[in-house]
Design a protein around this ligand. Structure first.
Ligand SMILES: Cc1ncc(COP(=O)(O)O)c(C=O)c1O
Length: 369
């Protein structure tokens, strides 16, 4: 079979063998539901889930009770709106967002604003399109994209949160770490955020599992109801479990959770692919028909071909067995800010080689000349 060059890691990672093997082994030899059974086999699954939760907690500097398994970043962000809304004692909170935001981080709040349940304030960006630390607004809720999936630059999340707290000590801070988690070591204690989300599939785990970090789980009301989250129901009252179980109604994506530590371990050994990015950047920046949107040290390369529409470019590059991302990347606001409809994104993973990078550069050169 012809080799396919997959350089769309920022959309989703190809899966390492250790993840595939772990899931296969679990499904074939150990599968049972978690949090429900009392036989040894079910107890073993409980232990695997607890183990995975602890490893995720260690990975981001949290405790196990702060780690809620969700189905992905998008799920986490939609749930956080409901969790915050149910608890926040404010009629129309001011929610700060930015043009770096992915649709999943900002749209749930935009929809609340449409229904007049909150007001949106857009945080100014500086000349380099980073969140302007000097202009962090006063807000009740703040959505912070730690790394844009178009520009690939790590934001100074800790400083943004410090600045936000200086203006309102009670501001609720929500961090989108979907891209940042791939390239930057996260420590939620250093960030001091209230919520943080990322997806398993972008770090080599399977689809269907994500992480919602909750700093103070006891203060938040639950947003979903069902099996596994109830401690007791009497005639007089209903008592929910403590966190994280209180936020995990229903059966979890067990297979995906069990293999999440394998993905984390694999990610931890990767150098980030910056050498490949530098090589391709240095070649592409020379092309007169390529307008670069990212800098050399960004974690991905985004550009616009000057002589054709990005979707045509995507189709042509695809015909050469190369998978890149083209379009608005579910990040319409940053494209609007740049006055463009869409872009082309190259993002690499541990499976990519120098040969891949050379091939991609050669094909792009041919297409844009
Ligand atoms: C910055 C950012 N936030 C959020 C998401 C949404 O992630 P998911 O589709 O896994 O929920 C993405 C996915 O591309 C992203 O890049």
């Amino acid at each position: 079979m012809k080799k396919f060059v997959y350089m769309d890691a920022s959309a989703s990672w190809l899966k390492p063998q250790s993840v595939v093997e772990c899931q296969r082994n679990f499904l074939r030899n150990f599968y049972a539901n978690a949090g429900r059974g009392i036989c040894a086999r079910a107890g073993h699954v409980d232990n695997l889930i607890a183990d995975s939760r602890q490893k995720v907690a260690d990975f981001i500097g949290a405790a196990a009770k702060n780690i809620v398994f969700v189905s992905g970043t998008t799920d986490g962000f939609n749930r956080i709106v409901n969790i915050v809304k149910n608890t926040l004692n404010k009629k129309c909170p001011l929610v700060a967002v930015s043009d770096l935001d992915h649709h999943s981080a900002r749209l749930p709040w935009e929809m609340q604003a449409e229904n007049k349940n909150c007001k949106i304030v857009v945080m100014p960006l500086d000349d380099n399109l980073n969140i302007d630390l000097k202009k962090v607004p006063k807000a009740d809720v703040m959505v912070i994209t730690a790394m844009s999936n178009v520009l690939g630059v790590q934001q100074d999340v800790a400083a943004i949160i410090r600045s936000a707290r200086a203006k309102n000590p009670n501001v609720i801070t929500i961090v989108d770490a979907a891209q940042s988690v791939v390239h930057t070591k996260i420590n939620v204690k250093d960030l001091n955020c209230d919520f943080l989300c990322f997806s398993g599939h972008k770090i080599g785990a399977d689809t269907g599992v994500g992480v919602m970090y909750v700093k103070n789980p006891d203060v938040w009301a639950v947003d979903k109801f069902g099996g596994g989250m109830v401690n007791k129901i009497t005639d007089l009252r209903i008592v929910f479990n403590k966190s994280p179980e209180k936020f995990e109604a229903g059966t979890l994506p067990l297979t995906q959770i069990v293999a999440l530590p394998n993905a984390i371990e694999y990610l931890s050994k990767w150098d980030g692919g910056q050498k490949l990015i530098h090589f391709m950047y240095d070649e592409l920046i020379k092309l007169k028909n390529v307008k670069m949107l990212t800098g050399r040290d960004a974690c991905m390369i985004s550009f616009v071909p000057k002589n054709m529409h990005v979707l045509d470019f995507g189709a042509l590059v695809g015909a050469h067995d190369i998978c890149l991302r083209v379009g608005n990347m579910c990040a319409a606001w940053v494209h609007k800010k740049l006055n463009i409809d869409g872009s082309v994104r190259i993002s690499v993973g541990p499976w990519n080689t120098v040969k891949d990078a050379k091939y991609v550069v050669d094909v792009i050169k041919k297409l844009v000349q």
